[in-house]
Design a protein around this ligand. Sequence first.
Ligand code: AMP
Length: 185
Amino acid sequence: MTDLVVFLGPPGAGKGTQALRIASEFNLAHISTGDMLREHVKELTDLGKAAKSLLDEGKLVPDDLVIQMLIERLSYEDCLGGSILDGFPRTLPQAESLERISNKFPVRKVVVFEADKDELIKRILLRGEVSGRSDDTEDSIRVRLEVYQKDTEPLINFYEDKGIVSKINAVGDIDEIYKLISKEF
Ligand code: AMP
């Protein structure tokens, strides 16, 4: 059962928090391309060096690099029982890369996190105070929200055409939102 469940939504919508909990309750691998990229930056790998300024500015890392990183990650043993993709795909080419491996790793469901822009900005600024994430600044947040609207939001239609989208209101009590999402598993 190597199915994939995609968590899709704007920055600050709580995808990471919910993905961690769901993955541990349902024994799924939690694959966050953002976490993986931050690890590369920390470890000063070639990929990390290429990605650092893009991450800080809130821009996307080039598709080919992220796709390669993701495909390699899916070959790990912990993905054999299914995975949650948190932050991938973010562009049409990335979604198409998943189509190409859909024999082995079919996308079973896409959970779309919905929240309004003001709420997201508020949350990310709050998170930045504790996370120390170098991209949780006001400038970077604006870029990330724009990038989301332009590059990532169109994927909702892409997956709606396949009939596998569930939309979740991502504003409110974390435990209530968790309950809503867990019904999808
Ligand atoms: P996240 O932790 O998901 O908010 O991602 C943080 C940053 O990592 C993003 O703003 C991008 O710079 C980069 N990133 C993460 N996932 C992707 C992806 N699928 N494609 C391109 N860039 C990504």
